[in-house]
Design a protein around this ligand. Structure first.
Ligand SMILES: Nc1ncnc2c1ncn2[C@@H]1O[C@H](COP(=O)(O)OP(=O)(O)O)[C@@H](O)[C@H]1O
Ligand SMILES: [Mg+2]
Length: 330
């Protein structure tokens, strides 16, 4: 594992940044002598070998989803295939509207496929169930219940006694670091803390898979990176498989074993990438060659060159040519 930046890259970065010509981040990175994103160290390759030998938790087979609207049919998902293995962390990324939420809602059983299958532990998914925990971007806690009661709720619904539910809830609350807030109400917590409760509540049902739809999308950058580190820590410590949707490339690379990249209209699998960045992960790795190479590949897939509106030269228009009667508004 190399956390230090090779000399050649540092040299290239300093040359690149000293150039007067303004460049986008991806242009600058694309000129670096990076390894291929497919290249894996022995340790990373061994990890993937081990991971792929584990049992399959979730299997998506030829999944199609079409919405019939008054304006016509919208094909949200087209022929999606993939598997996730036990204790794997898979991120799904893709441009807005490519069907990410539709995919996760279908996995949760909140939408039914137009065709194809979703199998959890080999059994078809038809409806929501406690074997799948959901965490959304919006806060979905019960506002009238304390944090402890919010987490106890699902455990009691599964038939546990109040005493068992309480002792289990306290363990999950401890895991997300909110011991001091068990008797607080959701409105007394920050956005990050509310999402920690949502994670504790989802895990308390002991799901086989945690389905997360842009759960940190509404948080500020600093809270977001703390939540990412906290989620990785939780994932390392318990037997849980995670499918996590994001449109943030750095977040996907930092968190995932593999990244499922979707393309839009219709939402199809573009590529399933094995992230070559070694674990355990740290924020410093975001400037490592493996991280940058993966990010560059994701940029290429999500913003293909001929699609890049920012690259078009701007048409400059002099205001005086538009009309001399245009007055400045003070
Ligand atoms: N209930 C619905 N009815 C009609 N169209 C929908 C519905 N839900 C999603 N869509 C359409 O399906 C496509 C994918 O949406 P969505 O899954 O929300 O994308 P993403 O989460 O990637 O932004 C979009 O074109 C969206 O307008
Ligand atoms: Mg969405």
């Amino acid at each position: 594992m190399s956390e230090s930046i090779p000399e050649a890259i540092l040299d290239k970065i300093s040359k690149t940044t000293s150039q007067l010509k303004p460049q986008t981040e991806s242009q600058a990175v694309s000129e670096l002598p990076l390894p291929s994103y497919l290249e894996q160290s022995d340790a990373v390759a061994k990890r993937f070998e081990k991971l792929k030998r584990r049992e399959v938790i979730l299997e998506v087979k030829g999944l199609n989803k079409q919405f019939d609207t008054p304006q016509g049919a919208v094909v949200a998902l087209k022929d999606i295939h993939f598997k996730t293995h036990r204790r794997e962390f898979v991120c799904v990324i893709g441009p807005s509207g490519c069907g990410k939420s539709t995919l996760i809602r279908t996995l949760a059983g909140l939408e039914s496929p137009s065709s194809g299958e979703v199998l959890l532990d080999g059994k078809p998914v038809f409806e929501p169930g406690p074997d799948r925990g959901m965490v959304f971007q919006g806060y979905t806690l019960f506002p009238w219940l304390t944090i402890k009661r919010n987490v106890m709720f699902g455990i009691e619904m599964q038939g546990a006694s109040r005493a068992t539910a309480e002792s289990e809830a306290l363990q999950w609350i401890d895991l997300v670091g909110l011991n001091d807030f068990i008797n607080a109400y959701p409105h007394q917590l920050s956005g990050g803390m509310k999402q920690r409760v949502a994670i504790a509540r989802a895990l308390a049902n002991k799901p086989r898979i945690l389905l997360m739809d842009e759960p940190f999308g509404a948080l500020d950058a600093q809270t977001r990176s703390k939540m990412q580190a906290n989620l990785l820590e939780i994932w390392r410590n318990i037997d849980i498989t995670i499918l996590f949707i994001t449109h943030d490339l750095d977040e996907a690379i930092y968190l995932a074993d593999r990244i499922l990249v979707l393309k839009a209209h219709p939402g199809e699998v573009n590529e399933l990438i094995e992230v070559s960045v070694p674990r355990p992960r740290s924020a410093q790795q975001s400037i490592s060659p493996e991280f940058l190479a993966t990010k560059l590949r994701l940029e290429e897939l999500i913003h293909p060159k001929d699609d890049d509106e920012d690259a078009l030269p701007l048409q400059m228009v002099r205001m005086s040519e538009v009309g001399d009667d245009v007055e400045a508004v003070e």
